[in-house]
Every structure is written in structure tokens, then in C-alpha cells.
Design a protein around this ligand. Structure first.
Ligand code: ADP
Length: 487
């Protein structure tokens, strides 16, 4: 199955600036490949500084009209966009599997998840409340209003080619901001398909603009240097996030950073074993382990360790590795050669350092970018595999004795995005949830993200929250109005 199986109105091989579909100024292009087969799917423009500036110009010009629209009117356009995405969900899912690799049931899930942010923020746009304060003196009145922050720049990764974009555009537009987005060069087709549907929905020219580029550093610098851009929203690696944080200092931009994680997944002796195994499989292996909230370290208490490992092995060996377009596939390829080489090296190093292989541990014959689902036991917190984000289908199991040790190991990382734990004790639920230094906690649950919840991390995992009412506030400024001379 090739890209021709996708509705042609969704295949765009151009950037989208000021409502126009455009090529790179110098004609340069990027080839997009299918990670499952290596086949070339098509080309998109390789844009640079000038196109980025043109997109910011367009977003600045469109800002006045867009922020003056009644929230109800913005909501109507967002709802239409949401409806069109749902109408085309099967095509969007197929397109995403073709360029990103994950199985169809996951890409379909992502399209629905991505759209849920648009629907949610269409509703939330009508709920941006101000405040009236008790004035300090009799002749004054004091209040505050919420206003859109202005032009937003967004940079997004390849692991969720749809939802990481809607999660930024929807609250930005709902708040009354306009936006310039640079999607990952690995997965631009899913991003551009969203633009095609935004155009069909009638979202005005310049309100959303999209730049495709391999020159991420150049485009990112242009975005951060431009003082008209008042907010940067980035999802990606901690390394690049820190760079953009620094680059944003000169113009004191507001920032949302959703960076790397090192999620602990803790199984206590009193856990429901079936639920813990099912949670670990979904949390670790979805998207071939390539999500920032994937379980990165599986901490298992002494008393349940062996039973858990035996059942986990059984479940992991049932995963079906292959091309995501095949219905029975449950585990697709990883994104590129650098990723698979890094995963293979990490697994080798862990074994050299004393970890034991329970299953997998090698590349998979399904293709160049496939890695067999892997479990390692005997992992300790000082090993590289426990300290770094794996971003692949590899589950390192660490054994622990008691609650204090579990918390100490879990928090021994600069990251603080998601953590999970399984227990049937209600005291433990409170104590452990309070003790974990993480922005999001799954309790007897391996999947936690949805549009109603504030998604985000603490420590070096980032700033700000996406989703929930907080996600809208992050695109707004509070303006205080002080009225005097009241007689
Ligand atoms: P990943 O390892 O998940 O690809 P990256 O942080 O490298 O994470 O990429 C996330 C996004 O950041 C992508 O859109 C990528 O093109 C972009 N990016 C990479 N380097 C830079 C940079 N120096 N400045 C701005 N954006 C960048």
C-alpha cells in the first residue's frame, strides 16, 4: 500500500504560508520515507529563514482580525476543523502509519486523540474568565482580563505527528493567537494534511502557517529572535528545549516546553498482577517505545518480581512485529537508523554492565528499522539504560525492597514527566503519589494522557501544561485594569 491509497486532497507537498501552498524559495526539497520499507513517499519543501520570516509576517498580520473575532466564532471554525478531521480519520491514520511506522490502530487512536484537543478548546475558548478584585481604596476599582499573548511559534516532534500539533494550535487559536508551526522533517505529511483540512474548514489565511525544513536550528533561531513572536511552544528533546529556552531569553518569550522523560513504572508486592502486566506492556511498547511518557524503568518489588517477569515475558512475546499497515501488527519500526543503532548499543552496554536478557535483545528480521521487543532484568540505577531515555521497545527491570527505596530510585533523575505505579493499598496510593517528583502520575493505569488533563513535566522535563483549562491560560496574558477617580 502506498501514499496513493490516501485521499489526494490530504497529500500536500508544499508549505502553507498566509493561506498559500508554497515551495521553498530556492526550490530545495526533503524526501520523506516510510520507516517500515525504506520506500520514498514524496517530497516537501526544505524552507529556511526567509520563509520563516514570511510566515511570522503573515501570522502578525492575521492576528488583529483573529483576536477580534468573538470566541464563539473562533469556536465554530475549530469545531468545523475537528469535524473534517474525524471525517477523514481513516486516511489520516494510513498516512501517519506510512510516514511514522506505528500500527494503524495506534495512528487511528492518535487522530482521534489529536482531534479531541480541537473539540475541547473550541469549547474552552468561551470560558476565558477575568477577575474583579476588592479595591484597596474607595475611589478605585480593580479588575483583570485575559488576552491572547500574540503570535506563537511551535516546533513539534515525529512521534505524534498529529496530536503534538493540534495540542498547540487548538489552544492558541482558541485564545485568539495566530501561529507558525514547524513539524518534524521526518513526518511532515501528517502535519500538512491537518493544514489542508484547516483551509477547508475556513480558518482564515495567516492564522495557521506551516514551515517544513531540515534546517531546524536556522528556523528555530529565526523564531526565537523575532520579537513579534511572543510565545514558543516546543515538544522534543531536552537538549533542544534547553537551547530554545536560552535563545528565547533576549526577547523574554513565554515558553511551553515538553521535553524528555525517564518514567518509572513501579509494581508493588500488593499490585493486581494482571493489571500491572497489561499496564507495563501498553506503557512500554506503544509506538515502539517512542513516547516521552513511555515506561523507561520498570521497578518491581522483591516479593512479586519473579511472577511479574514471567507474566511480562509471556505478554511481550505475543507482540506482533511488522509493517503497521498489516492489521495484525502490534509493534512497528523505530523512526530511523540513528534510533535503532542507539537502541542496539544501549542493550549491548546494559548486558556488559551485568543486565540479563529475558527476551528479544536483537534487531528483528521484519526490516532494517525493526527491533525485537526486549526485557532485561538485573538492571541497576547506575546503568546507562536506567539513566537515559531509551525511546525504543526495551524494558529494563530493576528490583527493589521497600517503598523508600522505590521512591529514591524513581526520583534519581533530572527528568520529571510521567510516573506510574501499581498497588491495591490506598495509603500507598497517597504516599507514593505525593513522593514522586513528576508532573503526571498513572495509578493502576498505564495510559494517562487526554484532552481534559494538564499534560506536562517538572524538573528538566519542561514548563507549562497542555490540555485542560490550564492549556488555554498558557496562551493568554493577564492584563490588570485599575480604574481611579470613582466618586
Ligand atoms: P527528537 O530526538 O525527538 O527528534 P528533537 O528535539 O531533535 O527531538 O526534535 C524535535 C523537533 O525539534 C523537531 O521538529 C526538530 O526538527 C526540531 N529541532 C531540532 N533541533 C533544533 C534546533 N536546534 N532548533 C529548533 N528546533 C530544532
Amino acid at each position: 500500500m502506498s501514499i496513493s491509497s490516501v485521499n489526494s486532497s490530504l497529500i500536500k507537498q508544499s508549505g502553507y504560508i498566509n493561506g498559500q501552498w508554497c515551495a521553498a524559495e530556492n526550490g530545495a526539497t526533503i524526501s520523506v520515507t516510510n520507516p517500515a520499507t525504506g520506500e520514498t513517499l514524496g517530497q516537501v519543501p526544505d524552507m529556511g529563514i526567509n520563509e520563516t520570516r514570511a510566515a511570522i509576517d503573515a501570522a502578525s498580520q492575521a492576528l488583529v482580525g483573529w483576536r477580534e473575532l468573538a470566541p464563539k466564532e473562533r469556536a465554530r471554525l475549530l469545531r468545523r476543523w475537528n469535524d473534517l478531521i474525524l471525517e477523514h480519520k481513516e486516511d489520516l491514520a494510513r498516512l501517519m502509519t506510512l510516514e511514522q511506522g506505528k500500527p494503524l490502530f495506534e495512528t487511528l487512536g492518535e487522530v482521534l486523540y489529536g482531534a479531541s484537543y480541537i473539540e475541547w478548546y473550541a469549547e474552552e475558548s468561551k470560558r476565558a474568565y477575568g477577575k474583579v478584585f476588592a479595591a484597596p481604596t474607595a475611589d478605585k476599582r480593580a479588575l483583570s482580563v485575559q488576552q491572547p499573548i500574540g503570535v506563537v511559534a511551535a516546533i513539534t516532534p515525529w512521534n505524534f505527528p498529529n496530536a503534538m500539533i493540534t495540542r498547540k494550535i487548538a489552544p492558541a487559536l482558541a485564545a485568539g493567537c495566530t501561529i507558525v508551526v514547524k513539524p518534524s522533517e521526518e513526518t511532515p505529511f501528517s502535519a500538512l494534511a491537518l493544514m489542508a483540512l484547516a483551509e477547508q474548514a475556513g480558518i482564515p489565511a495567516g492564522v495557521i502557517n506551516m514551515i517544513t525544513s531540515t534546517k531546524a536550528a536556522v528556523v528555530g533561531k529565526e523564531m526565537t529572535d523575532d520579537s513579534r513572536v511572543r510565545k514558543l511552544s516546543f515538544t522534543g528533546s531536552t537538549r533542544v528545549g534547553k537551547l530554545l529556552y536560552g535563545q528565547s531569553a533576549d526577547t523574554v518569550k513565554k515558553l511551553s516546553l515538553e521535553l524528555g522523560g525517564n518514567a518509572p513504572f513501579i509494581v508493588f508486592d500488593d499490585a493486581d498482577l494482571d493489571a500491572a502486566v497489561a499496564g507495563a506492556v501498553i506503557s512500554k511498547f506503544r509506538n515502539a517505545g517512542q513516547t516521552c511518557v513511555c515506561a523507561n524503568r520498570i521497578l518491581v518489588q522483591d516479593g512479586i518480581h519473579d511472577a511479574f517477569v514471567a507474566r511480562f515475558k509471556e505478554a511481550v512475546e505475543q507482540l506482533v512485529v511488522g509493517n503497521g499497515l498489516i492489521d495484525t501488527t502490534t509493534l512497528g519500526p523505530v523512526i530511523n537508523k540513528a534510533a535503532i543503532d542507539k537502541i542496539a548499543a544501549m542493550v549491548d552496554t546494559a548486558q556488559t554492565q551485568g543486565a540479563e536478557l529475558v527476551t528479544g535483545g536483537r534487531r528483528h528480521p521484519a526490516g532494517e528499522l525493526f527491533f525485537a521487543p526486549t526485557i532485561l532484568t538485573g538492571v541497576t540505577q547506575d546503568m546507562e539504560i536506567a539513566r537515559q531515555e531509551i525511546f525504543g521497545p526495551v524494558a529494563p527491570v530493576i528490583r527493589f525492597k521497600d517503598d523508600a527505596e522505590a521512591i529514591a530510585i524513581a526520583n534519581d533523575t533530572p527528568y520529571g514527566l510521567a510516573a506510574y505505579f501499581f498497588t491495591e493499598s490506598h495509603s500507598r496510593i497517597w504516599k507514593i503519589a505525593e513522593g514522586l517528583e513528576y508532573g503526571m502520575i498513572g495509578i493502576n493505569e498505564g495510559i494517562l494522557s487526554n484532552e481534559i488533563a494538564p499534560f506536562g513535566g517538572v524538573k528538566e522535563s519542561g514548563l507549562g501544561r497542555e490540555g485542560s483549562s490550564q492549556g488555554l491560560e498558557d496562551y493568554m496574558e493577564t492584563k490588570y485594569l485599575c480604574m481611579g477617580g470613582i466618586r
